[in-house]
Design a protein around this ligand. Structure first.
Ligand code: ZN
Length: 545
C-alpha cells in the first residue's frame, strides 16, 4: 500500500512537472514590443502570440513561459511599437490600380506641365486612348479651368480624357467629344458640358464625364492584375491591412474576390456595390458575403459632386459663383426607392454627400427608413459641409459619418471662397460629428489624396497639411485627439464595416493583422510624425511587408 502511495505520488509529481514545462506550440511569437492594442481591456502588453492566422494571446513576458514556436518564428521587436493593422475606411483601391495604367497628373503645377506629362506618357504608350488623372486647377497660378485647344493640336486623331483629382470633372480633346457625340447643345442630367464662346471647351463635369469615360476600352486582365498587386504592395508598405473600396460594379467585386481566392491578392477588402439592378439582385440572393479576405454587405450611392469643381449640392449659392448651387446627380425618386429596397436587405447604404443640401437630403431619406436609433450603420461618405442645424440627425438615426481628414487640410486654403464664413461651422466638422455616435471612421479617398495613413493622422490631429507644416490651423475646434485619430484608422473604421469582431484591435481571437512602427504615435513630437518608419506589416499572421 505504502509503495503504491509513493509511486502514485511520484507519478503525480512527474506528471505535473511535465505538464508545466510543456509549452503550447503556436505559429509565431513577437516579443519585446509596446503593443498599442486599441482594446480598452489590454494595457502594458509586450508579447503577441499568433496561431492559425489569429491573435491567440496577448500580454506580458509571462506568456513566454506558456507558449513556444519554431525559433525562426520567435521575433524580438527591439522595443518597437505594434498597432492593429491600419484600415482605410474609404478609398478607391481598384480605381487607383486602374489609374496607375494611365498618366499620373497629381501635383502638376500648371496646365503646361499637364500637357508635358501627357506628351511624354503617350510617347511610351501604345494604347488607343490617352487617359490620365489628378490635375487640380486650384493648385495652379491660373485657377480657371483649361480648355482643350492645345490638346486638339497635339492629339488631333487620338482621343484624350484627363480627369481632375476628384474624378468629378475632366477635360477631353475634340476627338473624344466627337466619339461621344457631344455638341454645344448636348444636355446631361446631373452633369455639365462647359462651354467657351458657345462651343464645348472640353471640360466635362460629373455625369457628363461618363459619356466619354464609357467609351474607353477596359485594360487587359493581365495588366490589371499586376497593377492591383503593385497597389496592394504599396498599401502594405504603409501599414494598411484592410481597405474599404467605396463603389465598384458587381463584376469588379467578383473579380477581386476571385483573385483573392487564387492567392493573387492578400489584402482584406470591404467592397461597396454600385447601385445597379445586378447589385440589388446579388444582395437579395447572396445576402452578406464574407470570406477570409473579402466582405460585401453595402451599397454605395452618390448624391452630389465635389466642392472643388463646384458640383457639391449646396442649400444656397456658392460664394464665388452666386447663381450656382451645384446639383444632385440622380432624381429624388431614384434615391428614395433605392433606399427603400436596400432597407429590405441586410446591407448598409453608404452615400457620397459633400454639400449641405446633399447631406440634409440623405439624412432625411435615411431617417425615413431607419426611423430611430438603430444598428444598421448606414453611412454618409465625406459628410463634408453640413448645416449645423442638421448635425443632430446623425445621432438621431445612428447614421455614421465617414470622413477623410486630408480633404480638410487640402481644401482649407480655398474652401472659404466657396462657402463664405457663415457656413464654416459645419465644414469638415469632425469633432462635432464624432460626438453624434461616439465613433468616427477615417479614410483617405485615395487616389484623390495620398495613400499614406500618417497624413490622415496628422491632418486629423493638427488640421494642417502634413507636407505644409506652416499652414494655418484649419478650424482648430475640430481637431481630434491622437487617440481618436488612431481609433478612427483602426477600431472605429472596423466598426463602420461591421468588422469589429475580426479587425481593428489587438485582441484575442481577432485576425492577426498588425503593423510594427519605430515610433509611438500617441506621444511622438509633431515634427517627427512623418519620420515614423513602418518596420513590418502582418496580414493574418503573415509578414507582407
Ligand atoms: Zn470616394
Amino acid at each position: 500500500m505504502r509503495l503504491l502511495a509513493i509511486l502514485s505520488f511520484i507519478s503525480i509529481l512527474f506528471f505535473s512537472c511535465g505538464n508545466t514545462s510543456q509549452k503550447q506550440v503556436v505559429d509565431s511569437i513577437l516579443y519585446n514590443a509596446t503593443l498599442i492594442s486599441m482594446d480598452e481591456n489590454i494595457h502594458d502588453a509586450s508579447v503577441l502570440v499568433i496561431k492559425d492566422k489569429k491573435i491567440f494571446a496577448i500580454g506580458g513576458t509571462e506568456l513566454l513561459d506558456s507558449y513556444t514556436c519554431p525559433p525562426e518564428k520567435k521575433i524580438d521587436l527591439n522595443k518597437a511599437f505594434v498597432y492593429p493593422g491600419l484600415i482605410d475606411a474609404h478609398c478607391h483601391f481598384y480605381g487607383y490600380a486602374k489609374t496607375s495604367l494611365s498618366v499620373n497628373l497629381v501635383g502638376s503645377k500648371s496646365w503646361e506641365q499637364v500637357l508635358q506629362l501627357v506628351d511624354s506618357f503617350s510617347k511610351n504608350n501604345e494604347n488607343s486612348w490617352v487617359t490620365g488623372r489628378g490635375w487640380d486647377q486650384n493648385d495652379w497660378k491660373n485657377k480657371a479651368y483649361p480648355d482643350n485647344s492645345e490638346l486638339n493640336t497635339r492629339f488631333p486623331n487620338q482621343p484624350v480624357l484627363l480627369k481632375r483629382i476628384d474624378g468629378h470633372a475632366a477635360i477631353c480633346n475634340q476627338k473624344a467629344l466627337d466619339l461621344a457625340g457631344i455638341h454645344a447643345d448636348t444636355k446631361v442630367s446631373g452633369g455639365e458640358i462647359v462651354l467657351l464662346n458657345g462651343q464645348p471647351s472640353g471640360v466635362l463635369v460629373d455625369n457628363a464625364v461618363d459619356l466619354v469615360q464609357n467609351l474607353i476600352p477596359e485594360p487587359s486582365a493581365e495588366s490589371l492584375i499586376s497593377a492591383l498587386q503593385s497597389a496592394e504592395a504599396e498599401c502594405f508598405q504603409y501599414g494598411l491591412t484592410t481597405l474599404v473600396d467605396a463603389g465598384l460594379d458587381l463584376n469588379e467585386c467578383l473579380f477581386l474576390d476571385s483573385l483573392q481566392r487564387k492567392n493573387q491578392l492578400s489584402i482584406f477588402l470591404y467592397l461597396m456595390l454600385n447601385p445597379t439592378a445586378d447589385a440589388m439582385n446579388y444582395a437579395n440572393s447572396t445576402g452578406i458575403y464574407e470570406s477570409e479576405l473579402c466582405k460585401i454587405s453595402s451599397f454605395k450611392l452618390y448624391a452630389d459632386g465635389a466642392l472643388g469643381s463646384r458640383g457639391a449640392c449646396l442649400k444656397k449659392g456658392y460664394c464665388d459663383r452666386k447663381d450656382h448651387q451645384g446639383m444632385m446627380l440622380f432624381s429624388a425618386q431614384f434615391y428614395d426607392s433605392f433606399c427603400n429596397l436596400a432597407n429590405q436587405t441586410p446591407y448598409q447604404v453608404n452615400t457620397h454627400c459633400i454639400g449641405d443640401s446633399a447631406n440634409r437630403y440623405f439624412l432625411e431619406v435615411y431617417g425615413k427608413y431607419l426611423k430611430t436609433k438603430n444598428d444598421r450603420r448606414w453611412r454618409i461618405e465625406h459628410a463634408q459641409i453640413i448645416d449645423t442645424k442638421d448635425i443632430h440627425l446623425f445621432g438621431k438615426y445612428s447614421i455614421i459619418p465617414s470622413v477623410q481628414p486630408t480633404h480638410a487640410s487640402s481644401d482649407a486654403p480655398w474652401v472659404k471662397d466657396r462657402l463664405c464664413s457663415d457656413r464654416m461651422g459645419g465644414a469638415y466638422a469632425y469633432k462635432k460629428l464624432l460626438q453624434e455616435n461616439g465613433y468616427l471612421p477615417l479614410g483617405t479617398d485615395f487616389p484623390v489624396e495620398y495613400i499614406n495613413p500618417l497624413y490622415t493622422f496628422y491632418s486629423a490631429v493638427f488640421r494642417q497639411n502634413a507636407l505644409q507644416p506652416e499652414q494655418e490651423v484649419f478650424t482648430p475646434e475640430e481637431c481630434l485627439s491622437r487617440e481618436e485619430a488612431l481609433k478612427g484608422m483602426t477600431i472605429w473604421a472596423a466598426k463602420s464595416c461591421f468588422l469589429e469582431n475580426r479587425k481593428g484591435s489587438l485582441s484575442v481571437g481577432k485576425d492577426a493583422d498588425f503593423v510594427v512602427m519605430d515610433k509611438n504615435l500617441l506621444t511622438v513630437d509633431k515634427a517627427d510624425i512623418l519620420k515614423t518608419k513602418i518596420r513590418a506589416t502582418y496580414s493574418r499572421g503573415k509578414k507582407v511587408y
